[in-house]
Design a binder for this molecule. Structure first.
Ligand code: KG4
Ligand code: ZN
Length: 338
């Protein structure tokens, strides 16, 4: 079976092809031009997806040596994400599938990230704990099967990636913040300032707005304003922030490991690219003797491969969609996460 996966929920246009369970193409085109605006501009994102999507599909098919009529299953991200951006990929995929009489499966973006773990040779084993950390989402999930995903906790304010992006902006590093904070924090001590980790009513929930405020207050108190922070102190603040943000995530995973009997743990989403987070996750997997699945960097950020794979798993589970599924935005809510 040949599966086409399309991702266009934010600032990456990505097209992937899975052929007989093997990933044979995963092209990612990143919209770097948003950097000068300090964040993603939705209208510009939609236009860029529209320009690049068809050439990318053609390139993926050519690279995989597959003709468009050999595609059996078409999958596209249906949400959540930027509405205009999503509609570009979704409408293209629906049009492609409808005209060629192929099967179409809309895929929830978060479920796509969860299944990026399955793109690795060594796959997660059910039931497992999955930490989804991206620019828009922070979720701790108990994945029991392909169609039973329990939400243990989520963020009550900012997402983890959003916190990295906001602190990066505050420190003058720019967008996207995660990689910039990581770079600034490299080889720095982490105890320059002990930024607090928020406690939430639900023990598995996350909160990052308090951490953000405490970084801001510290800067105001010590330096007056961010532009007056010496370069070496910027690195120390970045390192202390990163340490707290990572601990805010791993303490919840550790709590869940103590309370749920699972086979594996998995870390996915854009923030899963963070080196310190990967290292701390690894330590947890060793301490609790659990198999760990963390996707390679190519599959941490948004990509079509995870969408194709999730769509394929839904198809294998007998999940069907016509072309008359509820129109956006209710489709964005379609998910097996409960
Ligand atoms: O999954 P993703 O590509 O898009 C969303 O679905 O949101 O995640 C993007 C987020 C951004 O907030 C970015 O700053 C963050 O992932 N990120 C990182 C790192 N690389 C990307 N955060 C921390 N450390 C990194 N190395
Ligand atoms: Zn994402």
């Amino acid at each position: 079976m040949n599966v086409l996966g399309i991702e266009s929920s934010c600032d990456e246009t990505s097209v992937a092809i899975i052929s007989d369970d093997k990933l044979v193409a995963n092209l990612i085109s990143s919209q770097d031009f948003h950097e000068k605006y300090g964040g993603v501009v939705p209208e510009l994102s939609s236009r860029a997806h529209l320009q690049i999507l068809l050439p990318l599909v053609k390139k993926a098919l050519a690279g995989a040596n597959i003709s468009s009529d050999q595609i059996d299953l078409v999958c596209a991200t249906a949400g959540p994400g930027l509405i205009g951006a999503l509609l570009v990929g979704l409408s293209f995929a629906k049009g492609f599938a409808y005209s060629a009489k192929k099967i179409f499966i809309p895929v929830n973006h978060i479920e796509g990230h969860i299944y990026s773990g399955f793109l690795m040779n060594d796959k997660p084993e059910f039931p497992y704990l999955c930490l989804v950390v991206s620019g828009g989402h922070t979720l701790l999930l108990l994945v029991e099967s392909d169609t039973e995903i329990k939400k243990l906790g989520t963020t009550i304010d900012d997402a983890a990636g959003e916190a990295f992006d906001k602190i990066s902006k505050l420190l003058g590093f720019g967008y996207p913040g995660g990689p910039k904070i990581q770079e600034a924090a490299l080889n720095q001590r982490t105890d320059y300032k002990d930024f607090p980790i928020a406690q939430c009513k639900n023990e598995y929930d996350f909160s990052f707005s308090g951490l953000k405020t405490s970084v801001l207050r510290f800067i105001q108190k010590e330096y007056g304003e961010a532009s007056k922070i010496p370069a070496d102190h910027l690195q120390l603040i970045a390192a202390s922030f990163q340490y707290s943000a990572v601990r805010a995530l791993t303490t919840k995973v550790e709590k869940a490991l103590q309370n749920y009997d699972v086979s594996s743990i998995s870390l996915v989403g854009g923030v899963a690219a963070n080196k310190m987070l990967r290292e701390e996750f690894q330590k947890l997997s060793v301490r609790y003797n659990k198999k760990m699945v963390v996707p390679s960097l190519e599959f941490c950020g948004d990509n079509g491969a995870m969408i194709a794979y999730r769509g394929l798993r839904l198809h294998q589970n007998g999940i069907k969609y016509g072309f008359d599924f509820n129109a956006f935005p209710s489709l964005a809510d379609h998910t097996f996460i409960r």
